[in-house]
Design a protein around this ligand. Structure first.
Ligand code: DC
Length: 227
């Protein structure tokens, strides 16, 4: 399958860490009644598996082989919240840590890893539609998607948002380090040779630095109506 849009319409939302695409994509999928793919969670779950199995994360072959041995699933609880499961174990909380985010970003540079996760991501395309959030949703995984958005914000603004989230969760953090970390992750995500973070052809470009989540959600929904 090649990311064709015939199966069900797809809205791709790509952008760097902290651009707000997670909250915005989720909100839009709820409003449209469409499925939601958090592709970063799949890379993060693989990161959790690599750490757990003590895999050398610079070894592309080992990480690719790991994909074939593990089972990553997303299940909805009675309250409606979705959680990631790795080999049957709930790992949703682990996905949020900085260590796992950085590991995900490092293993995501490998072409064999990206190929190994492709079918899993494309399997989320089901009627009545899909909102897919990631780095290469509109450029690779669903390149035929009907609707594409590239969402960004300045590194400073994204760092401030991330810092606020960490403090709210009771995790101690240093703003300067958080911004530096975001810049390093951007650098890796944009400059890798395999499926780098890029503005997909035909995507609408939204800078959310000075917008609220609600404003961006509305802007994206308006753009769907106009197509
Ligand atoms: O969106 P996120 O922060 O949860 O993603 C974690 C890492 O996974 C990110 O730094 C890069 C990688 N990733 C990717 O390469 N391609 C995607 N479609 C989604 C995430």
């Amino acid at each position: 399958m090649s990311g064709s849009d015939e199966l069900a319409p797809v809205l791709t939302i790509d952008g760097p860490s902290g651009s707000g695409k997670g909250s915005i994509s989720k909100r839009i999928s709820e409003k449209l009644g469409w499925h939601y793919l958090d592709s970063g969670a799949i890379y993060r779950a693989l990161g959790v598996a690599a750490i757990k199995n003590d895999i050398d994360i610079s070894n592309e072959f080992e990480i690719a082989a790991l994909i074939r041995r593990i089972d990553i699933e997303f299940k909805q609880s009675a309250s409606g919240a979705w959680a990631a499961y790795l080999d049957g174990e709930q790992v949703q909380k682990k996905l949020q840590t900085e260590e796992v985010g950085n590991t995900a970003s490092k293993i995501a540079i490998f072409p064999m890893v990206r190929r190994g996760l492709l079918a899993k991501q494309q399997g989320f395309q089901k009627a009545p539609g899909l909102v897919a959030d990631g780095r290469d949703m509109g450029s690779v995984v669903f390149f035929n998607a009907r609707h594409k958005v590239y969402l960004t914000a300045s590194a400073e603004e994204r760092g401030k948002r991330r810092y606020k989230q960490l403090i709210e969760k009771g995790i101690s953090a240093n703003l300067h380090n958080v911004i530096e970390d975001i810049e390093q992750r951007d650098e890796r995500d944009k400059n890798r040779s395999a499926s780098p973070l890029t503005v997909p052809d035909g995507a609408i470009y939204i800078d959310s630095s000075s917008s609220t989540i609600d404003e961006v959600v509305q802007q994206v929904l308006d753009s769907l109506d106009n197509k």
